[in-house]
Design a protein around this ligand. Structure first.
Ligand code: F6P
Length: 341
């Protein structure tokens, strides 16, 4: 029986189990045996896998997280680890491999595919910052959670006449902050793509309160930067060289209170945005992505990633997807700006 290996890598994301289930159900219908590797690329380096079958994936569709586990392991950190990945492919006699991940996991997949490994990719990230696809699964769930948080902050902000700062995930791209802020009616949205001037934010809040409004909501992406500097929680880097972000919301809140005199609070949404059950959109997108990934393996179209274009599921070369990040275009931010204040 031909074997397909699969892994989930990077930060977890609502909808991962929908993809796994779809691969197993479609794959077994096509006569493949499916091997699930544990904890991202680490499981492939360590040849740590188990067989996935219909009963293993039964009931996982509405569940958050990933039944395979995940990690931010980068095999390219050590040449011997790349060799171990190749050995695992050989030992298990894999006909094909499906890597489900974001820019980092698929960056590794892209390099390995160029070295001749039979890999296809499935785009995952709550940040929605992968090129080559209109949407990644997980984004819709995170967006709706962030929007609900902004909705909830409104009533408490209004009751206490406060400014509320919501710190929202998004390292290099501000999609979640921008669209949850737009959907939730935030009074200012600060994103990594557009460094902000804290004086302008404070002036906007003061003008709004002068008009008779007694509260304000500010949505801040965790990667947002001041025009004159950068705030990070610590300087520790992960295996892909990303710094751990956090702290910008607190800093913005302190400055707003100091510069406007309005009582201000900060809420860090954090991993709440990544946990729990996926929305219908993400379950369906994950199911369609997983099914199409099996088709790509069947066609031996390796080195490609499944993607969403309009309403259609298509595929793009992996290196197109991982070359650069898909950030918020300036004209979209301009549109949002018209609703600030
Ligand atoms: O990439 C998804 C993401 O949730 C980012 O928005 C965030 O910066 C990062 O992961 C957090 O990573 P970790 O879970 O490793 O702290």
């Amino acid at each position: 029986m031909k074997k397909i290996g699969i892994l989930t890598g990077g930060g977890d994301c609502p909808g991962l189990n929908s993809v796994i289930r779809a691969i197993v159900r479609r794959g077994t219908q096509e006569g493949y045996q499916i091997l699930g590797f544990r904890n991202g690329w680490r499981g492939v380096i360590e040849n740590d896998s188990f067989e996935l079958n219909l009963s293993t994936v039964s009931g996982i569709l509405p569940k958050g997280g990933t039944i395979l586990g995940t990690s931010r392991t980068n095999p390219y950190k050590k040449p011997e680890h790349v060799q171990k990945v190749k050995d695992t492919f050989k030992t298990n006699d894999l006909f094909g491999f499906i890597a489900i991940g974001g820019e980092d996991t698929l960056g590794v997949a892209s390099k390995l595919a160029k070295e001749g490994l039979r890999i296809v990719g499935v785009p995952k990230t709550i940040d929605n910052d992968l090129n080559g696809t209109d949407y990644t699964f997980g984004y819709d769930t995170a967006l709706n959670i962030a929007m609900e948080c902004i909705d909830r902050l409104h009533s408490t902000a209004e009751s206490h006449n406060r400014v509320m700062v919501a710190e929202i995930m998004g390292r290099h791209a501000g999609w979640i902050a921008l669209e949850s802020g737009l959907a939730g009616g935030a009074d200012a949205i600060l994103i990594p793509e557009v460094p902000f001037d804290i004086n302008e934010v404070c002036e906007l809040i003061k003008r709004r309160h002068a008009r008779g409004k007694t509260f304000s909501i500010i949505a801040v992406a965790e990667g947002a930067t001041f025009k004159d500097g950068f705030e990070t929680q610590d300087q520790k880097l992960d295996e892909f060289g990303h710094v751990r972000l956090g702290g910008i919301g607190q800093r913005v809140a302190e400055l707003i209170e100091k510069m406007t005199g309005f009582e201000t609070r900060v809420t860090v949404l954090g991993h709440i945005q990544r946990g729990g059950s996926p929305t219908a959109f993400d379950r369906v997108l994950g199911t369609r992505f997983g099914s199409h990934a099996v088709e790509l393996v069947k066609e031996e179209k390796f080195g490609y990633m499944v993607c969403l274009r309009g309403r259609n599921i298509e595929s793009v070369p992996l290196d197109v997807a991982v070359g650069t990040l898909k950030t918020v275009p300036p004209e979209y931010y301009k549109l949002a700006n018209a609703f600030f204040g």
